[in-house]
Design a protein around this ligand. Sequence first.
Ligand SMILES: *Cc1c(COP(=O)(O)O)cnc(C)c1O
Length: 490
Amino acid sequence: MRAELEYRQIVEPTLLEKSRSGRRGYTLPAMDVETSPLESFVPASLLRSEPPALPELSENEVVRHFVRLSILNHHVDKGFYPLGSCTMKYNPKVNEQAAALPGFLTLHPLTPARLVQGALQLMYELQQALAEITGLPGVSLQPAAGAHGELTGILMFRAYHRDRGEGHRNVILIPDSAHGTNPATAALSGFRVVSVLSNEFGRVDLEDLRQKLDENVAGMMLTNPNTAGIFEREVYQIQQLLHEKGALFYMDGANLNALVGQAKPAAFGVDCIHINLHKTFSTPHGGGGPGSGPVCVRAELEPYLPVPRIEQTSEGMYQFNWDYPKSIGKIHSFWGNFGMMVRAYAYITLMGNEGLKEISRGAVLNANYLFAKLRHLFQVPFAEQPMHEFVISGSNLKSYGVKTLDVAKRLLDFGFHAPTIYFPLIVPEAMLVEPTESETAETLEAFAQAMEQIVHEAQQEPEKLKNAPYTTPVRRLNEGLASRKLIVQQ
Ligand SMILES: *Cc1c(COP(=O)(O)O)cnc(C)c1O
């Protein structure tokens, strides 16, 4: 019951509780023309006999209600959100305006292609931009999320091998530091997952890879920089080993914040990559709303891309082409999540080549700046210089009875969202910190100071951390119970 009780500490009454009979947002003048009675449109048996019990409030109260609700939870427009791997960057509001243009917003997906040439042009040019960024020519915008892009890519690997009479390849190699969606994707696509060990530097152990790489391997999924924020320097060797054995190389590019504008995954020998538009390319996320995880592939894999593909005719018209017999088929209703494509297109166009380079420079600089501020406070599992994010471990606080979870909870009292915790799995008491490029030096300073104070508290008054947070609308939840008995309504 604890989760439920604590949840009810929220002091915000519902709109119905605030309702008072007769209050109105606005009133329309009385009708001064003849109107037909409702009964002439709707059968009397279907009409209500009493008005519905809607809350009655002034506009002022409604606005305040929703503004208050909007800040109960933490979000990126409210404060720093260094959730590693997730790229919780500030997303320019001009992209929201572009996505809300009526011509885009109200498009019906069944409108014939000849009437939506502007929308198709946007999709086509976004594909071209992503092909340029990754160096991989074949693009599909259909996948609705990172995990969905992975599924698309690995199904294409399966189709490729079957097409070549090598359907016996039933293994996907995945490093033990990988994001959980990677093994889930491989298993869902019918493959057996074999885990590859990381070495003491937090990178793929090449010796272990060699041992596990045989004729049954269909491919390997690798995140680079990996989920410890470390660049896999042997990436070129890794792809050579894979390709020598006839296996394919999948890169998890969910988070492209370290690479965009600097290095093209095609140059590492990548055969297929997915990119989360809702991480690097400016669709706000975190609430589980719509996302977009396009895949980009090398020419040899293009025949297997999902259909329909958007193409340009010799007359310069845009059209859907379904005529790809080797395609893995359709993997999303209609054409994918169009609103995310508009935001990404607006963002990429606004940034331009130089701007895209600035993103990755800023992201790596901010991460290294913050790392330098925090490394003496915690244990540092890997000596490597991090890229756009870094891992520190709270193991050094164990002697005070304090866990990483307590640090994360206490951070909320300072108005910061916690970093990703207990991931990557290979680091005990891990914190994965990703500041992103959109934060100022002052914010990074303030976060480092909060961390310093928390470590001080851990040493001096650990009980304080055990009971944090104190200033949030709800105190510490019983997470086990909360996930089994979720209450999302008041
Ligand atoms: C976020 C992320 C994913 C999954 O993306 P979703 O859109 O949440 O499905 C996969 N891999 C990595 C490395 C990620 O950071």
